[in-house]
Ligand binder design. Sequence first.
Ligand SMILES: *[C@@H]1O[C@H](CO)[C@@H](O)[C@H](O)[C@H]1NC(C)=O
Ligand SMILES: *[C@@H]1O[C@H](CO)[C@@H](O)[C@H](O)[C@H]1NC(C)=O
Length: 353
Amino acid sequence: MTSSKRQYEDFKSHAKAYLGPSLFILSAFLSLLSIFFVFSVLLAGKETPKSTEVGKQFGEHGSQSTTIKWGPFLVPASSEGGGMKQWVLNNVEKPCTDCLITFIQAGLEYPDGSYANSDTDMWLHHTVLFDTTQPDPACPMSNVSRIFASGNERTPVDLTGNIAHKTGLYISPATKFSTLVELMNGSPEAREAILTITFEYIPGVPVDFKKTTMLWLDVGGCYKSSDVPGYENAIFEYASEPLVSDIAGIIVFTGGHLHDGGTHVDILKDGKLVCNSTASYGETAGYIDGNEAIKGMPHVSSMVTCLSAGALGPGEAVSLVAHYDTKEHMAMKEMDGTISPVMGIAMVYIMVD
Ligand SMILES: *[C@@H]1O[C@H](CO)[C@@H](O)[C@H](O)[C@H]1NC(C)=O
Ligand SMILES: *[C@@H]1O[C@H](CO)[C@@H](O)[C@H](O)[C@H]1NC(C)=O
């Protein structure tokens, strides 16, 4: 798959490559940078009415499922900055208040409600949800907390392990949400797209439920860019710094994020594997590139997640190792033909004792 797919001469594909498709950033750097915008810039993106129905889990506790839509966002033509644009929406609607969020998944659609993905050249490059009233547990220098993120692979975050764990992210009446979203359009015309985030939640905190918190692991470290160099036709890996827990709890959900070229993320506790988050490519039509220049290129379409990864005690450290094999899976490239930066991130959600 090498030679024919290394045709990156077209500007669009270069731009796309540069911007690194399957990633969500989640660069702490970008996230933190954006925080400034959170408080200084108000951007587009009207919210459209949300739909609410009975949740699939914990119906006995009155659980609800709701999809909040943000947009439409006018995503620029590929000739303008590679068709990339970021928006930060401050103090957005919360799915619920005084409640536990048990499930979150991001999506992307066109204004007519149809599915948007790389086959039609529209990417959910990344989105991050912040609680702007709490410091980040993994990065105390940051006074806003990352509570969820998604790249184009759109990993569902189920904190309950199919109701094995009675837990959720607590949203207090004081909690304020901000949404950061970056979209990418590979088409020569500007087009609109809508970010969707589906939540399930339980009103209140039922008596036997515990609250969850999230630790963000990143090979780029805390408060820096997540981007690290990628290499062509090579096997390489990056490790994060260990993050020492100051809480006791159970890891109820964890999963990794890689760019194209990545094979798996080892998520470790005190150096021992607790989750092998493996990447899959091109599993559905949406993840087979439709852009002329790289038509047929499969992109990361899912990451294995672990719904129960054991206990975590104070003093124990979590860390990750992100593995790449760009012989096995083609990586994205820069304008000059060099391999784009790559990432290694994991979200570790902990049900606090
Ligand atoms: C976050 O911290 C910075 C630097 O200490 C400060 O300037 C800013 O006002 C803080 N933001 C909030 C929302 O507290
Ligand atoms: C994780 O899964 C990958 C892909 O299946 C495999 O190659 C790798 O050896 C696994 N890692 C560990 C530590 O078992």
